[in-house]
Design a protein around this ligand. Sequence first.
Ligand SMILES: N[C@@H](CCC(=O)N[C@@H](CS)C(=O)NCC(=O)O)C(=O)O
Length: 207
Amino acid sequence: MIDLYTWPTPNGRKISILLEELKIPYKVHLIDINNNEQFNNNFSKISPSNKIPAIVDKKNGESIFETGAIMLYLSNKNNKFCSKKYYWEIMQWFFYQISQVGPFLGQAHQFLYYHKGQSLFAEKKYKDYVKRVYDTLDKRLEENEFLGIEYSIADIATWPWIARFEIHQTNLKKYNNILRWYKIIAKRTAVIKGYHLGKEDKEIPQP
Ligand SMILES: N[C@@H](CCC(=O)N[C@@H](CS)C(=O)NCC(=O)O)C(=O)O
């Protein structure tokens, strides 16, 4: 049993989708980041940078923050979604998500959507970067069905960010390969369940 401290955001959804895919029982504790609950003392003990998500593994009492570490922990323990055969293919695209897709699309959301008009420089910078990320992913998916060749933590980490295509103002229909990949993953039962966590009313965005 895993305790999952989270909120329905792309980073939060990476973990709920992975837990669903792994069929691991988990209990959700919502940390409302719009109400600054991430700064509560109890949460700081398991997430020292005060960001969601974080987990506690009830089996051994281990607590983990940072989605990259959480996903590697869960996937290693269960020996799934990170095959030995394609290990380095998966790792490259997994770390590309952690270091580039997430941080750059996250900034794009701030400057292109939530705080539009604050900085023309930042708007151009992140609009260009979103295009660069999409071009990179589209090329990879032209040559491979999934980012890590087979469905893996690289796809599970990236998909919830692409699901925000409307917020980073991208027409997904212009990227045939990402579109195909997005739709296939969006149909998975575990993805649907993990996506809806905490926000049952919100549908998966359809391009
Ligand atoms: N690098 C972190 C990023 C986590 C993150 O940015 N979480 C956001 C929500 S998606 C958050 O907790 N924001 C609240 C805050 O920064 O105070 C990870 O991968 O876990």
